[in-house]
Write a protein that binds this ligand. Sequence first.
Ligand SMILES: [Zn+2]
Length: 1015
Amino acid sequence: MGSILQIMEPKSPSMTEPVRSLLSLPASCQVALRRFLLPFLILIISFPDTFSQRYFQQEVNYNIEVSLDDERHMLIAYETIWYINNSPDSLRILYFHLWPNAYSNNNTPLARQLFQLQGKQKLFNDPQLRGYIDSLDFKINAQPVQWELLPDKPDICKIILNQPLFTGDSILITTPFRVKIPKGVTSRLGHVGQSYQITQWFPKPAVYDETGWHPISYLDQGEFYSEYGRFDVSITLPANYVVGATGELQTPGEQKWLEQLATRTVCKDETIYDEDDFPASSEQTKKLRFTAGNAHDFAWFADKRFHVRKGEVKLPHSGREVTTRVMFTGVQAKLWENALSYVNDAICRFSEWIGDYPYQSYTAVQSALSAGAGMEYPGITVVGIQDDAYSLEEVLAHEIAHNWFYAALGSNERRFPFMDEGLTSAYTARYMDERHPNKKLWEVYVKNRKLAKLLNIEKMPVQRIGELQWLMQARDNLEQPLDLPATCYTDLNYGVMLYDKAAIGFNYLRAYLGDSLFDASIQNYYHQWKFRHPQPKDLRNAFESHTEKELTWFFNGLLSTTKQLDYKMVRLKGQHLLVKNKGELPAPLVLQGVGRDSLHFEKWVDGFEGERWVEIPGGDYSEIVIDPNHITPELYRLNNNIRKSGAFPKANPVVPNFLFSVEDPGKHTINYIPAINWTRENKFMIGVALHNGFLLPKAFEYFAMPFYAFGNNHLAGYGKIYYNITPYDKFIRKATISLEGKQFGAPGNQNYQKAEAGLELFFRNRNINSPFTQMVFGNYITASNLSQIVSGQKAEYSSFIQMGYRLQKAGMVNPLKLVASYESGSSFKKTALDLNYKLSYYGTAGLEFRLYAGVMLKKDPEVPFYALSASGRSGREHYLYRGTYPDRFAIFPNTFWSRQMTLSEGGLVTPVNNRMGYSNHLISLSLTSSLPEKAGWIPVKPFINILLNDHGLSEGPDSPFFFEGGLKTGLWNLFEVYVPLVVSRNIQTINGSFKDRIRFIFSLDLFNPVKLKSR
Ligand SMILES: [Zn+2]
């Protein structure tokens, strides 16, 4: 997706340009311009500030009369807009948002985004999911005007004004409109039964600011940018609906009724909360009027089942009283019992920190929401179903904080989402941290203490969740800068960067500046930009003018690059500590002297590159630690501590841990899992699986499984170590070097062995949002000669080289993988192309294609299985010893395990290799499909394999054309049984018996914790 569309109006000459360019103008022009220039210069002198910023903002005042038809789920409305042009430009057109049209067909920007992110294809073919706005008839100052929808963007229209709208002038725009409300499962606007979420619903002018027009299509990932003004909205609907809306309720009868409901809710018996059906709508209707000032949006929520609670907050600075309400249904009544106090406390605390809450009232409503945990609108919030009280409080705090950074500070959220979500998330974290300083992560995210213990996270504070999520992306070098437009983020990074990392970043800045300086800066920003459109530079100015600190590291480093932070202890000499910045970001670091359970000093040091000696205070501490409280986004923490004494002051203890662990700074954890195993030659084995953690990628990773085998009294097992290099901003995103070893028993009372060295280079995507990724790989393998083993000889070693290129398109919809490879041994050489493609039906269901073409560049006449194999290789044919084969050397079909195979070159399933399978050339096509429609969940997939090779060119049984079709079933990628039902005649002559065509794959790769992670 491209960046934000900015359509520039032909503007009147810019105010700065005439001054600069006047000297170069021809004389006649100078005379003509002099008339303008003189008053202009006076203007510059008298308003230097206004002039240098050129800041202006349009004013848009709304009057909307709307009625709800709750049988047809329609809104019938009439809108009057008073638009005031405060810009220095004459406007000839206006852009209007018609956002309900985002749901109108499968080619809207919303539909295209949902298709890309969630694979939701042909979404709006379902009439229930479809929504639209129609019956529009725009008039300006009562005169009809020409208007048109933008091509491919039916949710934006352009109105061509009959006369230009001059600077300082205003117009009255009117239109009737009708909205079909979609079923509320797609995005923010919708209804669930007769529960209504009326958001992004009315025709609304796009923002016109100093950079021009900002018409933006409605999207799920990506928020909004709107003009400020007054709203006067009258809602007519059946009398028994409870309505929560932006602004102040101006209808006395309704105020009274809400009071009554609120008292009733407080006294109400619990049982009443159980009833959850919709009561019939009243015959009578009522008309409710809401007004709001200094607002840039208006949302309302209506439900006949809402319970209401009402309270009041006195704001700390002005003493002004704010009315607060919560509205919720019986489904979550128990949870919402304390919601009002969460709301009141959060409004109070945020007001203290940032400045008083901007409006007169605040309402939180609970609803079945389809756009995240909650969604913010001015003075009102909608919150979806929550799991527990902590989560509810957190979501409420987050949405309330939006009243400052979204509602009052009207930044362009689509272009700079961090200005809203980032600051909001930072304040949410600060608030929750203050409210629940001792909450543990497992209590909220794991919920089971025993499991938390097993995972070694019992003591981890809940605040660590954001850091963990961020580290997963950061360590894999998949971060994106924080100042990008919303549409430029991957689905995952939209959350990880804008919420998690931005929150860490702003709270890091706060820790560095200290609360009072940080709060003063933000208060300065809030008061200066309240009800206006601040830009990132205005946020920066607010900090820099207030703190006199050099904050380039934050605004030009942490915010706008993916430079990483990794400080490392080098040496300690008395009171001098040598610290090295292994990362690229010269950001401040915090040092602490830690003794037995007590803190001796804390010192902030301004950021630097390379190494630096730091003076540290003396004292009775035993260890110095960089950022022990996880304030800074440190990439690796195992190098963050140094002890005052001892032979190895930087060494961390090695601690064994059962099962799994999430990284624990300050110690090397070796995780162990007792394991048993069996192969035909080794018999019963006992051993242990060892690894250094899961979840978080690490520079150095290992997985080893040594066994003692009772059958041959030998050692057996498997091990692999990885070293990952993730350079900053380079052509290569990640380089992985690996070493692998394997030994298991083989016939003839010997062991087979294999050692493999690998290199994988993952390229950086220039456009990270592109689903395509590229990598190259190379492997050097030395392994026991399999043909010697199967012919009963003592095996020597053979060596192989592999290299290749992989192009992959990941994602839910139509994923694709293309691998070009080359392999050689001492006696053969081969090359191949392997294309896998899935045509998605819906969700994960689809038709899988595999196209394979291979050529032997050199063939070994002695060892057939080095050539291209037509069908899946059994263990006896797998000269590289890939996979886990309990009975690797079994002869088909003597034992159960002899039916095990690995899908290989040709993709056939029926075992034909020995008789006519190996070839010099091979081309094949495999098709596998999920069962259609609702049967898609049944774990059976039909398949068809077609293959042509050069083995025998005669007609009849030796035909080079192979065909098989059948069914496969099982646990995908772990254990899959293939049953070929129909086969071509040549296969039939070799494998006449249907039973002898059934084979299976069994892969334990799934359980390798290192491989579990996305790569
Ligand atoms: Zn938010």
